[in-house]
Design a protein around this ligand. Sequence first.
Ligand SMILES: NC(=O)c1ccc[n+]([C@@H]2O[C@H](COP(=O)([O-])OP(=O)(O)OC[C@H]3O[C@@H](n4cnc5c(N)ncnc54)[C@H](OP(=O)(O)O)[C@@H]3O)[C@@H](O)[C@H]2O)c1
Length: 296
Amino acid sequence: MRILLTGKNGQVGNELNKILPQFGEVIATGRNEMNLADPSQIRRVVQQVKPELIINAGAYTAVDKAESDQELAKAVNGIAPKILAEEAKNKDALLIHYSTDYSYNGEMNHRPYLESDSPAPNSVYGKTKLEGDQAIEKSGASHLIFRTGWVYSKRGESFLHTILTLAKEKKELRIVNDQTGTPTWCRSIAEATCKAINNILEKREDSLSKTVSNISGVYHMTCQGETNWHGFAQMILELSCPDNMPKLLAISTKEYPTPAIRPTYSVLSNSKLKKNFGIQLPHWEHALKQCLSDIS
Ligand SMILES: NC(=O)c1ccc[n+]([C@@H]2O[C@H](COP(=O)([O-])OP(=O)(O)OC[C@H]3O[C@@H](n4cnc5c(N)ncnc54)[C@H](OP(=O)(O)O)[C@@H]3O)[C@@H](O)[C@H]2O)c1
């Protein structure tokens, strides 16, 4: 099978690019091969590659920057997924796409969010990502939208990377403790995506896209458990520099204002993913330990 992957240099895309070849030929693209802000280039690349599966791991993920860069965020997060979905529909390809816990407003206070809960994003990033999800849903293409959150890796711009860097430079860190979510290792997402593809291949009757057509939709895909950013930082420091930990102070979101409003609570129930695909991601603490001990 031919797989077209976007966002090959991102956290999730980089992990996918390493493990997707088990399924066939992977045509991995980054900004240089396919600019997601350029609809005609997207159409041209999809038409050249003729994929059976498109995996869109590319996105405009700078949550605060998006507040003042709305047009580009909308092009990459809102319009590009629509074009990919239209092309997938035309070519009878399956589209796998990633969405965000920032699709929800965070006001849920008694249980994790379900896919049936209404999205109501607070930020430009969340709004543009939701536009992309809704365009895919409307397109009629076979699709799986994996909605995840708090994605981290040792490389790139993630929270984990920031804490590891600051721990070497500072004696004291002030970290927000009133936003609750689930840290999710990018490799856990890539592995769960591959399990879903395997599951579809086992059931395959006709094309990949036809096999998925009646289970298309949004699926929450995060690690298990929950914490806040302070709890996440605490665990990172305990695991990575137990004898040389900077002092960790808990502060409120009000004490650390950012351009984008983030949800207070964005824990996602993964029960639909487990029910339809038999997939469960590891507990966030377990995944973090694995990530920190990974030497690849
Ligand atoms: N990061 C999180 O905490 C988080 C949380 C919830 C959901 N998600 C979702 O999970 C998915 C994967 O996120 P991630 O954390 O892997 O993101 P990431 O590390 O920021 O990677 C995104 C990739 O998209 C590429 N990209 C951005 N603009 C582009 C453009 N105009 N043309 C082509 N490529 C472009 C970036 O390229 P460059 O490397 O050249 O910049 C980057 O490699 C995304 O859909 C994201 O919305 C992420």
